[in-house]
Write a protein that binds this ligand. Structure first.
Ligand code: AHR
Length: 866
């Protein structure tokens, strides 16, 4: 951005501020004007509601160049979220109702309400008559009956009508004569062409606010779009900057010691093929076309498997399986010539020379006679790298095990199974685990990946998502009970990110991992509603769990608490003990909901769950949710609901441009301390192309100083997402990338790790003075002083997002330090650097000391305090 552009932006902002001053009105402005509401078919009808205004009803001006004041949130990402024929009407109490058609298939429509056309309440999607589609709505207010009358056409050309007083309850839909349906929509001509919609008479002040809202949004967007690539112009001529930080020891305040946690979701192959150490892909033969909604015809029960020897040597069956939850298994049709069944793993099976691999499977001879199975690990060149034989006995399903020890390294071996005998042999749950898992756990986690995660020193682990927690449609909601117990009895399911979840990494393994790394478990459970972007299950969030099933759903949550915390004498505590963990897991936090649409369907179910939890388990801190953004209808409604119910903590999510984090450092400084605490459950800085580099990492580091400063209201935070497997990535950026043999922590990872290992539980304020009067300069220097009660260390974090060095002077102002010996850790580089290596050195401090903060750097000084 050029300097001129920047100055212009400032001018727009100061104009906005002036005119927003209460009572300010230009005397030559009209009292009222015409307002026109409309949409267009641009961007596949996804642009939502626009406005234009006119003084005389004939010359019209589009507000904000077709800015969208309301967008449809109905249905799935990508293919839906469309608004057709919005009908806007102002009701008797002044509130605006907007009703629109969502598509020409579903028997539902969308309704949203607003007092000012700027802030909208969350949308809802009521159902109309089954078998009809909802097109071309017309809304009237019938003052005599105090009712809104909604008429609509359906695809077949018939017309219908229903009424509602409040758009919460509705009369039955009745068919009306087509002559009774009249659409009052009119067309107007804008500079961009003709548009169709409704004309309203409104106060000029309303239009004025619409215009200013647009201008403010534009201004904020310009700030958020700032890139460090433009710093040479933005800071042209800037010389080294001098800053003083004067610590205010007397104003220290306690802050949360849970500020760095991790968000784990099975996205980007984070679980199967990732953290979960299983090396056999589709071990349960449960991959299904529906996992990918039929888009990949090879994604079925035989995916990753192939048979050598006889083309017809392999089929899938489901008669008398090992367990009803795992219905499919492989059948090998073995003749004299023999067949070999081969699994190619997740992009091949990585092996390390001299290490042990635990193989297991279930087998049953269906016909003929089999004496043994020869199990081998074979390199790409056909060389056998490990081999073992398992004897087979006749009878029903048998669980057979052996260990393979490898003679060489391999990046992409295959597993082969060769039956000895002939007839038909059923196989299922074919598994291969490295013996070396994290902490040596059986059914455990990949050692290098888990260790990289553990090195962050996270205070909590959120699981199983993200959207995986609330699922794609009701049937896909993550049910914790399906993920515990013997592996063959767990219920695998479609992963909404377009693949398959075996549930091998289930609740027991999540809790075990938390314990192994000294982190608190934070399970997130759907609030009885699936993801608002669901592709299946009908009208998005319309399809909440039926109310008559909610008691059972809540009982499942109670059972989880008993499973995690109950004594071994309790039914669920007993199951935990049977799984190998008699001691409780000390569950303290449970999230209910994941960035949901806070509509009626959500509110009813969340309230029911929250009240039940409060009554039965007051010892558990319930975390509510406030939508997927840092503003907007779900954010506002989520917070309103949390305030009404006095929910102890609210989960906020926002993925923003890197510069947004610079320009919103005060986001939490203005939070009301008497309301719910905050769990910033998902956040990350974005740049064009979605890299993780020094620019994103430093923007996050800078913002995290504000999380520490506001650690009295922000209790927890977790960057998202955590893991991504190369070649299987649905989302960028992530904290840690990996393939089968390498782990590649990002720049953002280094920042999280530095925070995780340098946290405190009290915040010591400081005063900052900078020898510059440019806000852009001052905003890019951030600090945080925290004290850790255990080590007694005072930890100083200093961020410099400027291209020039900052000469910093730290005045400890009498803060009692134990000695001069401290350490300094610095990350620095150029904004596009992808890899960061923190450099640690000894550092000497005194009551007043100087430290150079290199351009684009993050510095941590750890001082021993008395
Ligand atoms: O972190 C990736 C996704 O982002 C999560 O699943 C979802 O909660 C959010 O939209």
């Amino acid at each position: 951005m050029t300097k001129l552009y920047f100055l212009l932006s400032l001018a727009v902002f100061s104009l906005f501020q002036q005119s927003a001053t209460a009572g300010y009105k230009k005397t030559n402005e009209p009292d009222s004007v015409y307002l026109f509401s409309y949409t267009t078919d641009k961007n596949e009808n996804k642009n939502g509601l626009h406005f234009a205004w006119s003084r005389n009803g004939s010359e019209w001006y589009a507000i904000g160049n077709e800015y969208s004041y309301l967008r449809s949130d109905y249905g799935r990402w990508g293919s839906e979220k469309r608004m057709y024929s919005p009908f806007l009407l102002q009701g008797p109490n002044g509130s605006w109702q907007c009703v629109w058609s969502v598509n020409d298939r579903d028997n539902s429509f969308a309704i949203a309400t607003s007092a000012d056309l700027i802030h909208w309440k969350p949308q809802s999607y009521p159902l109309v008559k089954e078998g009809t589609s909802f097109l071309l709505p017309v809304v009237k207010y019938d003052a005599s009956h105090k009712n809104y009358l909604v008429s609509y056409a359906d695809k077949g050309g018939k017309h219908y009508q229903f009424s509602s007083q409040d758009f919460k309850t509705y009369s039955p839909v009745k068919e009306i004569r087509s002559s009774e349906y009249t659409d009052p929509a009119i067309s107007i001509t804008l500079a961009s062409g003709k548009v169709k919609g409704q004309k309203h008479r409104v106060a000029w002040s309303l239009v004025d606010q619409l215009i200013k809202t647009y201008e403010l949004k534009q201004y904020k967007q310009q700030l958020s779009n700032e890139l460090m690539a433009d710093d040479p112009q933005r800071f042209a001529g800037l010389k080294d900057v001098k800053t003083t930080f004067t610590v205010q020891p007397k104003q220290a305040k306690p802050i949360s010691d849970l500020l760095t946690g991790i968000f784990f979701e099975d996205i980007n192959y984070a679980a199967d093929g990732g953290l979960y150490a299983e090396l056999v892909q589709n071990r349960d033969f449960e991959y299904a076309l529906s996992d990918k909604e039929g888009r990949d015809k090879n994604w079925n029960s035989s995916h990753s498997w192939k048979v050598r020897g006889e083309a017809s040597g392999f089929s899938i069956d489901s008669v008398a399986p090992i367990h009803a939850n795992n219905p499919h298994y492989a059948v090998l049709h073995v003749r004299e010539s023999g067949v070999v069944l081969e699994n190619s793993g997740f992009d091949g099976i990585p092996l390390r020379k001299g290490e042990s691999y635990d193989f297991s499977l279930f087998a049953k001879a269906l016909e003929g006679k089999f004496t043994a199975l020869e199990v081998s690990l074979v390199g790409k060149d056909g060389k056998v790298l490990a081999q073992s034989k398992i004897n087979l006995a006749s009878g029903g399903w048998k669980n057979l095990k052996t260990t393979l020890v490898t003679t060489a390294d391999a990046a992409d071996a295959v597993l082969t199974i060769k039956p000895q005998g002939s007839g038909k042999l059923a196989l299922d749950m074919v598994s291969l685990f490295p013996r070396k898992t994290f902490k040596g756990r059986k059914n455990g986690l990949r050692l290098d990946l888990a260790q990289t995660v553990a090195d962050i020193h996270p205070r909590f682990v959120r699981f199983p998502g993200g959207c995986v927690a609330h699922g794609d449609g009701i049937e896909n909601i993550y049910r914790w009970k399906n993920t515990i117990g013997p592996l063959e009895s767990r219920t695998p399911q479609r992963n909404l990110w377009g693949y398959h979840q075996t549930a091998g990494l289930g609740y027991f393994e999540y809790f075990q991992f938390c314990e192994d790394i000294g982190a608190l478990p934070l399970p997130v459970i759907a609030a009885g509603v699936p993801c608002q972007n669901s592709a299946t299950g009908g009208a998005g969030q319309q399809a909440g769990i039926p109310m008559d099933q909610m008691d059972a759903y809540i009982q499942d949550i109670f059972d989880l608490i008993e499973w995690a915390n109950g004594d071994v004498s309790t039914p669920w505590g007993k199951k935990r003990a049977a799984a190998g963990h008699p001691k409780p897991f000390h569950l303290k936090y449970v999230g209910i909901g994941n960035e949901d649409l806070i509509g009626d369907v959500f509110e009813e179910r969340f309230t029911m769950i929250f009240n039940a939890m409060k009554a039965k388990h007051p010892e558990i801190t319930v975390i509510g949710t406030a939508g997927p953004n840092s503003e907007g209808s779900d954010y506002e409604a989520g917070w309103d609901l949390a305030t009404k119910l006095q929910v102890p903590m609210v989960d906020e999510h926002y993925y923003q441009n890197a510069a947004w984090f610079i320009h919103n450092q005060d986001f939490y400084d203005r939070y009301d301390r008497s309301k719910s605490k905050v769990y910033l459950g998902e956040y990350a800085a974005f740049l064009p192309g979605r890299p993780s580099n020094l620019e994103t990492a430093l923007s996050e580091a800078l913002y995290m100083t504000s999380l520490e400063r506001n650690g009295d209201v922000v209790s927890m935070a977790s960057y998202a997402p955590l893991l991504a497997k190369e070649g299987h990535t649905q989302w960028n950026p992530n904290l840690i990338y990996f393939n089968n043999t390498e782990v590649k922590p990002t720049a953002g990872y280094q920042i999280q790790k530095l925070y995780g290992n340098n946290s405190g539980n009290s915040y010591v304020p400081a005063e900052k003075s900078v020898n510059s009067d440019q806000d852009a300069v001052k905003n890019r220097i951030a600090y945080s002083f925290v004290r850790d009660a255990d080590s007694k260390d005072l930890i100083v974090k200093l961020v410099n997002l400027l291209p020039v060095k900052v000469d910093a002077k730290v005045d400890l102002n009498g803060f009692a330090i134990a000695g001069a010996k401290s350490t300094r850790t610095v990350v620095q580089g150029t904004p596009s650097d992808k890899q960061l290596s923190p450099v640690v050195s000894d550092f000497t401090v005194s009551d007043q000391f100087n430290v150079d903060l290199p351009g684009y750097s993050f510095t941590i000084i750890r001082i021993k305090a008395k």
